[in-house]
Design a protein around this ligand. Structure first.
Ligand code: TXA
Ligand code: MG
Length: 327
């Protein structure tokens, strides 16, 4: 299939899932909801489909993808599970946790999807549409966030259409995604498990299950290449930890007390009650909306606890200078 495609948006229903499975089997690209963000899916075992996916996203081809499977049995066909991985999969799958593991020798996932690494990122999503789709397709589906490279991740079918319309075959509309930030990525390789990306499951919950602290990857040698530099970049400049709003700025607020100077028409609140779960769910949609409203977005401080760690990570990346690798 060529890169040009007439993109159809369909509602998530049983008959739609069969259509989706057929489309994937023919090498098509299908955006679908997961509980974290919308993913852009391709048959993980079809190198050509994976190459089309990279082209549709405009993503550097050396950035590896997450393989999504219906259940733990499907994951075991791709990767080796040591004791820590077993424990985490048991506690958090299906859910917003991605495990980076050593590939098992007969792993059928295309080399391009794992960027030639001998490790693979695997996830069992919890969203009912994603689960039905993976069960119907019966093979692993690689799915990066369904945005153009360098844009914020999509949390609705409309976001996907705005970024990828005309470049992919199908978008399955399952409504807004409940978690709103991407999955937490933990590498269970040699030594202590490492948190490669904060996300929808908080560090503390993972550490409680493991009974030990998660390591951070060594500085300068990130294992998740897509986490470099300006990853979640709106066009507007972001001014973080803002305690006041300057002339002309939009405001991304958090909590009940707004600073003086906020323009009524350019304020969106991540959570008026200060709820970090609600804030995560709103993050990308609010960034997209404010990006249209002003050249600079002032961002109020968000506490760095629970899902706040993932929110602050995404905000720091969105504020970083442009030009670095993005996914
Ligand atoms: O919530 C999510 O994780 C969403 C939904 C669609 O599942 N997916 C997502 O995929 O965020 P993506 O491609 O935007 O981010 C995947 C991250 C990238 O930073 C990539 O570098 C990293 O996972 N990654 C993939 N395979 C890896 C590996 N073998 N080792 C280290 N990092 C890896
Ligand atoms: Mg992404």
């Amino acid at each position: 299939m060529a890169l040009q495609a007439a993109t159809r948006v369909i509602r998530a229903q049983a008959c739609a899932i069969r259509l989706v499975a057929r489309c994937l089997g023919e090498g098509g690209l299908v955006a679908f909801p997961t509980e974290t963000v919308y993913g852009l899916g391709a048959d993980a075992t079809d190198g050509k489909a994976v190459a089309r996916l990279f082209a549709a996203k405009g993503r550097p081809a050396f950035n590896p993808l997450i393989a999504h499977v219906a259940d733990l049995a499907g994951a075991r066909k791709l990767a080796f599970f040591g004791p820590a991985a077993e424990r985490l999969a048991g506690a958090f799958w299906p859910g917003a946790l991605t495990l980076v593991l050593t590939k098992s020798p007969p792993c059928p996932v295309a080399e391009l999807a794992t960027a030639g690494l001998d490790t693979i990122a695997v996830r069992v999503p919890a969203h009912p549409v994603a689960r039905d789709l993976l069960a119907a397709f019966g093979k692993p589906v690689v799915a990066p966030s369904a945005n153009r490279s360098g844009h914020v991740s999509p949390t609705s079918a409309a976001h996907v259409l705005a970024d990828l319309g005309g470049r992919i075959e199908l978008i399955v509309d399952g409504g807004p995604t409940p978690v709103g930030v991407e999955s937490t990525i933990v590498a269970c390789l040699a030594g202590q498990p490492q948190m490669l990306r904060p996300g929808g499951i908080a560090r503390r919950a993972i550490e409680d299950v493991l009974g030990c602290r998660l390591d951070d990857p060594p500085a300068g040698a990130p294992l998740a290449p897509g986490m470099l530099g300006s990853h979640y970049a709106p066009k507007a400049r972001l001014r973080l930890e803002a305690l006041e709003v300057k002339a002309g700025e939009a405001l991304l607020a958090f909590g009940p007390d707004l600073p003086a100077g906020a323009r009524r028409d350019a304020v969106l609140n991540l959570s008026p009650t200060g709820d970090l779960v609600e804030a995560a769910a709103n993050l990308f949609a609010h960034l997209r909306a404010l990006d249209q409203a002003a050249a600079t977005i002032a961002v109020m401080p968000v506490p760095n606890e629970g899902l706040g760690e993932a929110i602050n990570d995404r905000l720091a990346r969105a504020a970083a200078p442009r030009g670095a690798i993005a996914s």
